[in-house]
Unconditional design. Sequence first.
Length: 75
Amino acid sequence: MSIATEIQNIQIGDGDVVRKKPIPIYMVFPRLFTCPTLSTANFKLEFEVNISVVFEDNHLVSENFPIYCTSRGFR
């Protein structure tokens, strides 16, 4: 069984977006909802970013990028 939960959603462009100009994506992950990536024999806890682009004709292009979170320990 695989269960995915959306933690955060941001929209970075809308309407007639300027062409040939990079759009930086900055996102701060909520500290209370994240933990290190974990993989055991019984379960896995992983994170990913899903980038979706919807064009004017409603054509959707989407791609997932894995994120590997680590812990620096308590301070």
